[in-house]
Design a protein around this ligand. Structure first.
Ligand code: PBG
Length: 325
């Protein structure tokens, strides 16, 4: 049937009708709120390029996490900023490291919320890279795996519910699965940043986590943005190595990859609506150029429509308030 018998506008007449046939529904169940935690007390340092986000000390983090839980958001993901950084990123796997302390404080104080831990060295290394650096500025993949294993184990011991390796080292998922299994952490899922691109959208995060690389860039380990088949190979390998959740990152410029990964692998898919995606919208809203009430919902719903089950986003709290009202 076609026009004039068939008219698509008939079904768009009013909100009641529209909502009956709405195909994608974003819910708070899909959301994960990221936090940056640092040592100290009563610290709440605004992150200039990410309005409404802060570097928090554990006491203030606990307040936030309680609020997040009350909003019905099921999970948070934590990034740590250590007291001191060094060549080997030892703060990532210190038993009294900032993440380890933050996780156990949350487990004691706010039971029931899922605590994911970003598992990478770049926030802890003096050079800002995600691995061990050799004389010629090469990142030593296999030497890094040992440190990743130590970090995974110490995060699990601290009480992390899900570990999320984001360093894009080859073999990292296999290494983590092995060390967790050997230490009776068979129940802890791995959410792998499998298709993580060498993107310009991470700029504000690097201010937030104080983790920009001191030399060079991350293109020798993160995926080259024009590539698609390579992302699918990364995902296939991570699944083979034992990943439970596959992540595509960033989200907006990579919606095609989210869809392909969902269709091809039928696995739980996470998408990271990263710092730059958040900041560019916030900036336009602050200028009055975009409607802040509508834009985040539209963007996150699009990420879900593309195939994401889980969305990591700095909008999680704002959007949960709107979804709950
Ligand atoms: C650590 C990591 C990064 C992000 C998440 N984990 C930074 C990077 O790879 O440079 C970025 C998140 C964001 O931009 O919101 N490897």
């Amino acid at each position: 049937m076609s026009f004039p018998q068939y008219r698509l506008r008939r079904m768009r007449k009013d909100e009641n009708l529209r909502k009956m046939i709405r195909e994608t529904r974003l819910t708070v169940d899909n959301l994960v709120m990221p936090y940056f935690v640092r040592p100290g007390e009563k610290v709440k340092n605004p992150i200039q390029s990410m309005p409404g986000n802060y570097q928090l000390s554990i006491d203030n983090l606990l307040k936030e996490v309680k609020e997040v839980k009350e909003l019905g958001i099921p999970a948070i993901i934590l990034f740590g900023i250590p007291e001191k950084k060094d060549e080997m990123g030892s703060g990532a796997y210190a038993s009294e490291g900032i993440i380890q302390k933050a996780v156990s404080a949350i487990k004691d104080d706010v039971p029931g919320i899922i605590v994911m831990t970003d598992l990478c060295l770049c926030e802890y290394t003096s050079h800002g890279h995600c691995g061990v650096v050799r004389e010629n500025h090469q990142i030593d993949n296999d030497a890094t795996l040992g440190l990743i294993a130590k970090t995974a184990l110490s995060q699990a011991k601290a009480g992390a519910d899900i570990v999320a390796p984001s360093g894009m080292m080859d073999g990292q998922v296999k290494t983590i699965r092995q060390v967790l299994d050997e230490n009776n952490f068979t129940h802890i899922p791995i959410m792998s940043y499998s298709a993580k691109y060498a993107s310009a959208f991470y700029g504000p995060f690097r201010e937030a986590a104080e983790s920009p690389p001191k030399f060079g860039d991350r293109r020798s380990y993160q995926i080259d943005p024009p590539n698609c088949e390579e992302a699918l190979r990364e995902v296939a390998l991570d699944i083979e190595e034992g990943a439970d959740i596959i992540m595509v990152k960033p989200a907006l410029a990579y919606l095609d990859i989210i869809r392909l990964v969902k269709d091809k692998f039928n696995y739980p898919v996470a998408a990271y609506n990263v710092s730059g995606e958040f900041s560019m919208i916030k900036a336009a809203v602050e200028k009055g150029w975009l409607d802040g009430d509508k834009i985040a919902l539209e963007v996150l719903t699009a990420i879900k429509r593309a195939g994401a089950d889980i969305i990591l986003t700095y909008f999680a709290k704002d959007v949960a308030k709107k979804l709950n009202y």
